[in-house]
Write a protein that binds this ligand. Structure first.
Ligand SMILES: [Zn+2]
Length: 404
């Protein structure tokens, strides 16, 4: 399919417009309600807020960084992603979302911090600008247990949970689950296998300590001012992890397994904890450096998981009318194959530097394609605005044309 001539985006949009009309009747969308802004977060500061007037029904936001370097040509302009396409048909697509190729990590951090000001970031350093997780926790008063991040799992990705920014940081971080480090056979055996947790004695306490170490949650600390999870939330989180270890996440294997685990965990988090803000970061499509076919296989698998998450939201009456989902990769990939018939990222083409943002939710327009340029750094300022607060200086802007 990459050998077919590149079609203009506008022509492709028309194809989706037709499908959209068919799907539109089933959209779980509704007109803006008269709910007061304060229904969104209980302790909002009474500051003038940039939140757009349309954002009244959204109480929860899921941000999926559909990452690893993914071109529109293999996603929204193809038949590889039927689930993303139906989300797009019921929502808004911005096919000209400008990104910067700042490495996978830096480009993903740009999305989460709403800022391109991360050039030169060391690949193992935390963001220097506050992430959206910290901003909504500190400024919109969301509890620790309301804010989650599910990653594909590398140590590097654990840095997405919070920044080193002054006045923010760990006390305001997201609860973090990295699929790779915890939902594997070894850890499953350690915790729930032979000799694993049965009741609570000294050795089991040690195992629980390992568990707590593997799941990076903001726990209450003396100098953290009680900003972490309550004891009750911590107990629920541990029970959740044990359930996941016993039933499902540990058994996901094969090409793209870590991304599939991250999506699986995200779906269960949504059903069980019903967080107000949930980030998911994927990266396995980066196999494209060595294999185009594997890249497409992982994209299809990730789309399948995206569809399950979408259906879990739509199938829950309360979530369906209160949850917004935004999906975009950190950047695309090169226009042409490399010597291995794979795809790298570094040619500065539009295929690399422009991606598609898909947004679906009760306050968003339905069945629209907005072709004007926006930026990947506009996404989190938009999300933050829906919680009635704003990101700091040097960040992107609230996306206009999104709200219905
Ligand atoms: Zn790469």
């Amino acid at each position: 399919m990459t050998r077919s001539p590149k079609k203009p985006v506008r022509q492709q949009d028309r194809r989706h417009l037709g499908r959209r009309e068919i799907l539109r009747g089933g959209a779980a969308l509704a007109a803006a309600s008269l709910l007061p802004v304060s229904a969104f977060g209980s302790t909002l500061p009474a500051l003038a807020s940039p939140m757009l007037a349309g954002a009244r029904k959204t109480k929860r936001v899921i941000l999926v960084v559909f990452g690893g370097g993914v071109r529109s040509r293999e996603t929204i302009l193809s038949d590889n992603v039927p689930n993303m396409s139906r989300m797009a048909a019921e929502g808004v697509v911005f096919p000209n979302t400008v990104v910067r190729n700042n490495g996978h990590y830096g480009a993903a951090v740009s999305i989460l911090s709403g800022s391109f000001e991360v050039f030169g970031i060391r690949e193992n350093a935390r963001p220097s600008m506050p992430t959206l997780f910290e901003v909504v926790r500190k400024q919109a008063g969301l509890a620790a247990s309301d804010v989650w991040l599910s990653t594909s799992g590398s140590d590097q990705e654990t840095n997405y949970a919070y920044s080193t920014a002054s006045g923010f940081g760990a006390p305001y971080g997201a609860n973090l689950i990295g699929g790779e480090g915890i939902f594997n056979a070894e850890f499953k055996d350690l915790v729930v296998g032979e000799g694993g947790l049965r009741g609570v004695d000294a050795s089991e306490e040690a195992l629980l300590g390992t568990l707590r170490g593997a799941v990076k949650t903001p726990l209450p600390t003396k100098d953290g001012g009680g900003l972490g999870n309550t004891a009750e939330a911590t107990a629920r989180i541990e029970a959740f992890i044990l359930d996941e270890l016993r039933g499902g996440a540990s058994d996901i294997t094969g090409l793209g397994a870590n991304d599939a685990k991250a999506m699986h965990v995200a779906r269960n988090l949504m059903s069980i904890f019903r967080p107000k803000l949930l980030g998911v970061t994927l990266r396995n499509p980066d196999v494209a450096h060595g294999s185009f076919n594997d890249y497409v296989t992982v994209i299809r698998r990730n789309d399948e998981e995206l569809g399950k998450l979408f259906d879990a939201v739509k199938g829950d009456p309360e979530l369906a009318e209160s949850t917004a989902i935004m999906v975009l990769p950190e950047f695309g990939r090169d226009r042409d194959f490399n010597a291995r018939r794979g795809l790298d990222h570094g040619d500065a083409s539009d295929e690399l530097n422009k991606v598609a943002l898909v947004a679906w939710g009760p306050d968003f327009k339905s069945g629209k394609v907005e072709t004007r340029e926006i930026r990947s750094i506009d996404v989190t300022p938009t999300i933050v605005s829906m919680f009635g607060t704003r990101m700091g200086a040097k960040t992107g802007s609230v996306i206009s044309g999104l709200f219905g």
